[in-house]
Ligand binder design. Structure first.
Ligand SMILES: NC(=O)c1ccc[n+]([C@@H]2O[C@H](COP(=O)([O-])OP(=O)(O)OC[C@H]3O[C@@H](n4cnc5c(N)ncnc54)[C@H](OP(=O)(O)O)[C@@H]3O)[C@@H](O)[C@H]2O)c1
Length: 178
């Protein structure tokens, strides 16, 4: 629900019932909680978080030394994926690892289980090229974590802070908001 698409869910839903809205959402980008969730809940519209692992970063396999294919990988253009910001933001991944260690969860599973715990109307679409990751990601739905524990994790990540914007300034200017 961005980049020049229709942004008024309520108006769209009145014209033709909307089944689901798709937008970026993960523990490092929580804007949909205020911009989309209230309308989704009120009107019974599903929410599909894309890039729920922050384009792979929350899986823990990407760091400041990662190389992105200059011809095909758009992450190299995103402020959060500069080597300096990857190094700073890796503290978020370390927090997910710490959280998961005592619960038998990988960092990716913590990221996905956190997101699933936000509501039944949420259906994330993590991308992968590996069956092992697909199975790992599916199993995120098997974990139950107390709401207070999720809140503690959110507080820890809030305290860390996120380095780098979602998009470069020229692209961000094209993102419509409701
Ligand atoms: N509507 C839109 O504007 C929009 C924008 C962006 C994306 N999308 C869609 O959203 C979906 C997912 O987005 P995305 O691929 O950008 O981001 P993502 O799901 O956040 O991350 C995908 C990356 O995570 C890695 N990964 C997956 N599972 C992992 C695990 N368990 N441990 C470690 N790494 C793991 C994958 O690498 P491996 O291949 O090595 O597993 C891949 O590089 C796609 O269907 C995409 O088309 C939509």
């Amino acid at each position: 629900m961005d980049k020049g698409q229709i942004v008024d869910t309520r108006r769209a839903h009145a014209e033709c019932p909307v089944t689901a809205v798709q937008s970026e959402y993960h523990i490092m980008w929580r804007e949909p909680e205020t911009s989309i969730f209230p309308t989704s809940k009120e009107l019974g519209i599903g929410f599909v978080p894309y890039s729920p692992l922050n384009r792979g970063f929350l899986g823990g396999d990407i760091n400041e030394y990662s190389q992105f294919d200059p011809a095909h990988d758009t992450r190299q253009t995103l402020p959060r994926f500069t080597p300096e910001n990857l190094r700073k933001n890796y503290r978020v991944v370390e927090a997910l690892h710490r959280f998961g260690r005592t619960r038998g969860m990988t960092a990716a599973q913590v990221a996905l289980a956190w997101l699933l715990a936000k509501g039944d109307f949420i259906v994330p679409i993590p991308g992968t090229t590996k069956f092992s990751h697909m199975e790992e990601n599916f199993r995120a739905a098997d974990f139950t974590v107390a709401e207070a524990d999720w809140q503690a994790l959110e507080a820890e990540i809030d305290a860390i802070g996120i380095a780098g914007d979602r998009y470069p300034a020229d692209e961000q200017a094209q993102v419509e908001k409701r």
